[in-house]
Ligand binder design. Structure first.
Ligand SMILES: C[S@@+](CC[C@H](N)C(=O)[O-])C[C@H]1O[C@@H](n2cnc3c(N)ncnc32)[C@H](O)[C@@H]1O
Length: 154
């Protein structure tokens, strides 16, 4: 499992418990992680940087790719939304080399920008694509998640 934008680390911890002792979670973030489960490998760096991408690709391809990554917010809603969509697009792009056929992708995106266009793209590249806002998200939060199930990789 690949966890993009993983710090401080609760998704990594949960994922590590789900994949079990024989599974592997690879986590990457600009900031250091607060802890590292035994079955996780952590990279501190930028997931746009070629050397970071090469390191995470060396453990793939992955069955599941998660991205809870978010840009540093500026308070300018339009700018923040555009940057969030760019991260979501990047995660989708990485599937081409890092996600197995039949694999799954979960990506956070700020609402109010590209999410409907990206949803169309998810539905083209995955057998199932949907938007999902977890109950745990605060009502005033403009975060939502794009989910792609069963990657076609073609
Ligand atoms: C909401 S936090 C993630 C929380 C995490 N899922 C957890 O369970 O603790 C978003 C993270 O995305 C990371 N991030 C944003 N852009 C990034 C980039 N280009 N490369 C690596 N990490 C990035 C930020 O550093 C931040 O820690």
């Amino acid at each position: 499992m690949l966890d993009l934008g993983a710090a401080p680390g609760s998704w990594t911890q949960f994922s590590a418990s789900r994949v079990g002792p024989h599974g592997l979670v690879v986590a990457v973030d600009l900031s250091p992680m607060s802890s590292r489960p035994e079955n996780a490998i952590v990279y501190t760096g930028d997931f746009y940087e070629p050397d970071v991408l090469q390191s995470i690709a060396s453990h793939g391809p992955y069955n599941v790719l998660l991205s809870d990554a978010a840009p540093a917010t500026t308070g300018n809603r339009s700018l923040d939304t555009t940057r969030s969509a760019a991260i979501a697009e990047h995660a989708l792009y990485l599937c081409g080399t890092m996600l197995c056929e039949g694999g799954h992708l979960v990506v956070k995106i700020f609402q109010g920008g590209e999410e409907q266009n990206l949803l169309k793209e998810f539905r083209r590249q995955f057998r199932t694509g949907r938007l999902f806002k977890p109950k745990a998200c605060r009502a005033e939060s403009f975060e939502t998640y794009l989910i792609g199930l069963d990657y076609r990789n073609s």
